[in-house]
Design a protein around this ligand. Structure first.
Ligand SMILES: Cc1ncc(C[n+]2csc(CCOP(=O)(O)OP(=O)(O)O)c2C)c(N)n1
Ligand SMILES: [Mg+2]
Length: 364
């Protein structure tokens, strides 16, 4: 039992190793093993985690380049957060839902979202619904911070009312944890025992505000006050992230309610391509976090433990390079939609000013 509420006889069933303040960790930054590495995945699925992380990083860097070349309007990079996103998204089943922020392209890849369609959002080709969220159960890209947690908890409650055993995972950041929507969603999830996983990627920053100026306490510990378990995990350790998320998903499926996960990670890049992070942070911190690289750590272990060889690693790199060049070509080939779509589907009876603008823009 991790916590009890003094007001209700609320018993919380959570894995023993969630207790304590040290983050759950299986692999050290140098790839050595400090926890049980058997997370219940076959060799093939263990290799898949590496393959996906390599793909994700290549794609993220390509997106930065595409933005600098004028092919994307703005882009929020996730470099450094690959393990947090891929470990967590890989723990979901196809019936589960995920609700992203604007920085979860790596999680989107795991869910099977078409990356070209995803990037239409950043190309400014569509107003915000580029892919069909129902097809992969991956919610729309969500910029108003923490609002997606309300969607996640609402869907989780719906999945429960429908009598399914599926759950909904909502991603959010350290900065989003200060929003009312976080508290409201978390409290509602607790009171209704919703099958929800609230997954915080504490990447050290909310644009230029460091976590130390965001909260005086620990984000994962807020769960206890709301009556459900919270757990802190090394967010750069893909195995540990997979394990705690799987456990949270299992709790949700059993009907034991929500879990708050705080994955400690780091945003190696700028907030977005519109941000110059050198104006507010020390390059030394970035260099230090590079030594905690999630991909290096996992690859080192995977090869040392005999789950993969160097040929496999090389094939992942080659395959990712090819895949990313196809995504690039798909993005560049995407033409803007017809200009009249800007005016359609807003008003049944458009006001005069919109009619005038329509005539001005389209001619005739
Ligand atoms: C409701 C709302 N307020 C402000 C913003 C502007 N904004 C965009 S991202 C961001 C910081 C988010 O930080 P965090 O939740 O830590 O996520 P990260 O960017 O680190 O992934 C802010 C304040 C917004 N998008 N939505
Ligand atoms: Mg953040």
């Amino acid at each position: 039992m991790l916590s009890t509420s003094p007001h209700q006889e609320l018993e919380v069933d959570a894995p023993e190793h969630w207790a304590g303040t040290a983050p759950v960790r299986i692999l050290s930054p140098d790839g050595s093993v400090v926890g049980d590495p058997d997370v219940g995945l076959s060799d093939e699925r263990l290799r898949e985690l590496l393959r996906l992380m390599i793909r994700a990083r290549r794609l993220d860097r390509e997106c930065m380049a595409l933005q600098r070349q004028g092919q994307l309007t703005v882009y929020p990079p996730f470099e450094g957060q690959e393990a947090a996103q891929i470990g967590s998204a890989s723990a979901l089943g196809s019936d589960d839902w995920a609700f992203p922020t604007f920085r979860e392209l790596a999680a989107a890849i795991v869910r099977g979202v078409d990356p070209v369609q995803y990037l239409w959002y950043h190309r400014g080709t569509w107003h915000g619904g580029p892919y069909d969220p129902r097809a992969t159960r991956f919610g729309p890209i969500c910029v108003p911070v923490a609002t997606q947690l309300c969607h996640a908890v609402g869907v989780a409650m719906g999945l429960k009312m429908d009598g399914t055993t599926a759950c909904a995972l909502g991603y959010f950041g350290d900065g989003s944890a200060s929003e009312g929507d976080f508290h409201e969603a978390a409290n509602l999830a607790a009171v209704f025992s919703a099958p929800a996983v609230l997954f915080c990627q504490n990447n050290g920053w909310a644009i230029s505000v460091p976590t130390s100026q965001q909260t005086a306490g620990e984000i994962w510990q807020r769960a206890e006050g709301l009556g459900f378990p919270g757990v802190r995990v090394d967010g750069n350790d893909v195995l540990a992230v997979y394990r705690v998320t799987s456990e949270a998903v299992a709790r949700a499926r059993r009907g034991d309610g929500p879990t708050l996960i705080e994955a400690l990670t780091y945003r190696l890049g700028p907030h977005t391509t519109a941000d110059d992070a050198s104006r507010y942070r020390d390059e030394g911190d970035v260099e230090r976090w590079r030594t905690y690289d999630p991909i290096d750590r996992y690859r080192t272990w995977l090869v040392a433990a005999g789950h993969a060889d160097l040929d496999f690693v090389a094939s992942c790199e080659e395959e990712a390079a090819q895949w990313v060049s196809e995504v690039r070509a798909g993005v560049i080939a995407t033409e803007p939609p017809p200009a009249e779509w800007m005016f359609d589907w807003v008003y049944a009876a458009p006001p005069d000013i919109l009619d005038r603008e329509r005539t001005e823009a389209l001619g005739g």
